[in-house]
Every structure is written in structure tokens, then in C-alpha cells.
Design a protein around this ligand. Structure first.
Ligand code: PCA
Length: 327
């Protein structure tokens, strides 16, 4: 009898805490591949949260459009079909024009610039996400956007009548301004679209070119450093506020670490990927000066249109951004 109660007592003590109260689960959807540096970072974020939560919360990352396609992730979280998600901010400009600040061409020229821009954009994003019942957790940029083409670009008119792959309203507008036909292709289908000849050119990062093994289909990458678009990770406020304050703080800490780590990763893959494009036989170059000037002019036109669409909030970002500019 005595022995039996000791055994029972020992068993009770050995029970993990988590078995007593089932923890929350956040399904976090991403539209990018499992091997993407963004997803790698996302998994590290989830692991950090999961171990800090000791069973009270588990974040499950679902990459590759498997849970929701990229274009629907924002709405799915907002409407409560899933708890959390990652999306590219510039895909939100239809509803949140301010989210497009990081895709205005030729404003940001370096990771340091991109950080300054994010510091100014963040409070506005926090406000607008909050108004939709969402809590932004962290944002990480893609490497700078370059121009891929089948032939070397010698003149801005080269694009007239060609098909340019687009992934957001910015790239659609740039294609239009260049006289090209915009063709919407999700990132995971870029390789296939090039192979089948559905697109002739595109503006995206070196790492996206590497992930899609584009050298099999296209020969030229021009480093135009057009913009640094960011992915943002966010959660429903209801799910976040259901956590106790200690756990909310743990999520915030893991998010801040993920943001810092993600920016470092992005900068590292920016240079390794450009090197990979070269190693695979692609020609990596700048565009000729007159093309550069023409692109900058298009960028200015785009930027005027964007400021007009956003209104006074654009000034809250761009006025201090330019005043703080070291150049
Ligand atoms: N890759 C993503 C977004 C920006 C980038 O560098 C894409 O091409 O869809």
C-alpha cells in the first residue's frame, strides 16, 4: 500500500507540466518555400517560442502556400481562419498603401537605409494592423531587387512589347511604365514560367533567382538595387491576447531576435546569391548609364504616384527619412 502510493506520487511528479493544460496552437502560413531564408528564420522563431512556452503555446509553420496561398494569407488571419501568417508587405498596398513604402523604387540603397525606413514605417503599420485586429511581430527584407533579362539591357525601350513577371502592384506599375506586359507569377512558379517562355524578364532578388535556378533559362542579371521589399509576420490580436503576459513577452522577445537575425541573413544571402548567379554562368552587371537614368526617372514618377495614393502619412515616413539621410 505504502509502496504503491509512493510509485503513484512519483509518476505524478514525472508528468510534464504541459499534459495538465492543453496549450494554444498557432498555425502560421507562409507563401514561400521551406528552404527560403525567410522560412528558415521563421522556423527558428517558432522553435524559440515553442521552447520558451514549455507547452503553453506551439507555433506550427506551414510554408509553400500549403495552408493558404500567399495572396490570401492576410485575409485568412484577419478573418480568423488561421492564427498567424507571413506576407510580403507590398502585396497589401490595395488596402494599406503605407505598406508599399518599401517598394518605392530607388529610395533605399542599402540595408542601413532599409532599417531607417522600417523604423519610420513601423509605427504606421502597427496602427493599421491594430485597426484590423492584427499584431505585427517582425519584418525582414528580401535582398535588393535586380533586373533579370534574356538579353543585356542596352536601352529602357528594350522592354516594350515584352512580358515582365510581376509579384505586386509596384512591379506591375514598373512593367507598365517600361511598356512591357505585366504577367503575375507567384514566386514558386518563376522557374516554370521562364522555362515555358511565359515571361522574358523580371525584377526580383538574386536569392529568388537562385531558388528558381533561373540560369537554366535566362542569362543576365542587372544589379539595379531598386528596392528592399519586406516580409512581415503577424498574428491575430485575439490569439496574442489570449496568452498570459509572460508568454506575450516571450513571443515579443523571440520576434525581436528573429528580426535581427533575419536582417543579417538577408544581407548574407544577398552577396552569396549574386556570386552563385555568376558561378552558374550568368552575366551580372550594372545597366548602362542611360538606362539607369531612365529607370530613376520612372522611379520618381512612381514615387509621386505613391505619395498621392497614400496622402499625408507618406510625409510621416519620407520627410524624416530624407532629413536623416547621411548622403
Ligand atoms: N522575391 C520574391 C519577392 C521579392 C523577392 O526578392 C518574389 O520574387 O516574389
Amino acid at each position: 500500500m505504502h509502496r504503491r502510493s509512493i510509485v503513484l506520487c512519483g509518476a505524478a511528479l514525472a508528468l510534464p507540466v504541459r499534459a495538465q493544460a492543453p496549450g494554444a496552437v498557432w498555425r502560421l502560413a507562409s507563401g514561400y518555400r521551406a528552404e527560403s531564408f525567410h522560412t528558415e528564420n521563421l522556423r527558428a522563431f517558432a522553435q524559440a517560442v515553442n521552447s520558451a512556452a514549455a507547452g503553453a503555446l506551439r507555433i506550427d509553420v506551414h510554408p509553400d502556400n500549403r495552408l493558404e496561398p500567399l495572396a490570401r494569407i492576410f485575409t485568412a488571419v484577419r478573418e480568423g481562419r488561421i492564427e498567424a501568417g507571413e506576407t510580403i508587405m507590398t502585396s497589401l498596398t490595395g488596402e494599406l498603401p503605407i505598406a508599399g513604402a518599401d517598394a518605392v523604387p530607388f529610395v533605399v540603397a542599402s540595408y542601413a537605409d532599409a532599417q531607417r525606413l522600417w523604423a519610420l514605417q513601423r509605427p504606421l503599420i502597427e496602427r493599421q494592423f491594430a485597426a484590423r485586429g492584427l499584431v505585427p511581430l517582425y519584418a525582414v527584407p528580401w535582398p535588393p531587387q535586380g533586373l533579370y533579362s534574356r538579353r543585356p539591357v542596352t536601352d529602357a525601350t528594350d522592354f516594350r512589347g515584352t512580358r515582365m513577371r510581376t509579384y505586386n502592384p509596384t512591379t506591375v506599375r514598373i512593367a507598365e511604365l517600361l511598356g512591357a506586359e505585366p504577367v503575375d507569377v507567384p514566386m514558386v512558379q518563376v522557374g516554370e514560367a521562364l522555362r515555358s517562355g511565359r515571361i522574358d524578364s523580371m525584377i526580383t532578388s538574386a536569392v529568388t533567382g537562385v531558388e528558381s535556378a533561373v540560369w537554366e533559362h535566362i542569362g543576365h542579371y542587372h544589379e539595379i538595387n531598386a528596392w528592399f521589399p519586406k516580409n512581415i509576420v503577424f498574428v491575430r490580436r485575439q490569439a496574442f491576447e489570449a496568452l498570459d503576459t509572460r508568454l506575450q513577452a516571450a513571443v515579443r522577445t523571440a520576434a525581436a531576435e528573429a528580426e535581427a537575425r533575419g536582417w543579417r541573413l538577408s544581407e548574407a544571402v544577398a552577396s552569396t546569391s549574386t556570386q552563385t548567379l555568376r558561378d552558374k554562368g550568368m552575366t551580372v552587371s550594372r545597366v548602362p548609364a542611360r538606362v539607369d537614368t531612365a529607370l530613376k526617372r520612372l522611379g520618381e514618377k512612381f514615387s509621386r504616384e505613391w505619395v498621392r495614393s497614400v496622402g499625408h502619412e507618406a510625409n510621416e515616413i519620407f520627410v524624416p527619412y530624407y532629413l536623416q539621410s547621411p548622403r
